[in-house]
Design a protein around this ligand. Structure first.
Ligand code: SAH
Length: 226
């Protein structure tokens, strides 16, 4: 007689605090916080956030908090990832998106589900390697990562239909405005102590509309690479 073995948990399904139930609760909370775009919500539902943080922190991976990822940086709060994704999607499928500040690659993985092509740059090399590992594990094959100073954008693949900056800037870099396609949307936290999530819509070659959306808290956008 053979005795059936209990099912083995795998990294993605997880057990306990990383279980499907915990992840469903996170989604319910995002809805309560006002996230309405179902495509964004299902993208978030499909990405296991716990694999992006150290094992010791995975118990907190589905709380609505930013968590440390090393090098003085953080993984963004699920609410802000959802909110920024919803803002750039604006109810429409996206073709080419640029992200500045890959970090551990969580927002990048969510973007890979809502856009056809995703480019993301990060200034800290070990984080690029870390993000690359996570995105490979999740088979996000439509993403290209780069190690560079994102305040200069990424001219090689410009223009972008959407640009998402996940670090706070004192001002909006001109290169990013130039690399935004006409009709495109740029979302960026602006400010040093008091930061405001700002949306820039490029209406024509020369006409940019700026809107201040809500207060946020991000790590700073820094110059150079390390
Ligand atoms: N998108 C990430 C957020 C990471 S925190 C997530 O989903 O969790 C912001 C990241 O921006 C940090 O990793 C930081 O190193 C990076 N960053 C800061 N200034 C940058 C710059 N000029 N170019 C590229 N990356 C930058």
């Amino acid at each position: 007689m053979t005795i059936a073995k209990p099912p083995q948990g795998n990294t993605f399904s997880g057990m306990g605090m990383t279980s499907q139930r915990t992840r469903d609760r996170m989604l319910a909370r995002l809805r309560e916080q006002g996230i309405k775009d179902e495509i964004v919500l299902s993208a978030i539902a499909s990405i296991p956030r716990h694999i992006f943080v150290d094992e010791a922190l995975s118990i907190r991976a589905y709380e609505d908090v930013a968590l440390p990822i090393g090098f003085g940086q953080t993984i963004s709060q699920p609410y802000i990832v959802a909110r920024m994704s919803e803002i750039i999607r604006h109810g429409k499928p996206l073709q080419k998106v640029l992200e500045i500040g890959t970090g551990c690659g969580y927002q990048t993985a969510v973007l890979s589900k809502i856009a056809k092509e995703v480019y993301s740059v990060e200034r800290i090399r070990p984080l690029v390697m870390k993000a690359r590992g996570h995105l490979r594990e999740l088979k996000c094959t439509n993403v290209k990562l780069g190690h560079s100073d994102g305040s200069m954008g990424l001219t090689e693949f410009a223009p972008y239909e959407a640009i998402i900056v996940t670090a706070a800037a004192s001002h909006i870099p001109q290169d990013l405005l130039d690399q935004l396609a006409v009709g495109g949307r740029l979302v960026i936290p602006v400010g040093i102590d008091e930061q405001v999530l700002t949306l820039v819509e490029r209406k024509s070659e020369t006409d940019y509309k700026h809107s201040k959306l809500e207060p946020v808290k991000f790590v700073p956008l820094l110059g150079g690479i390390s």
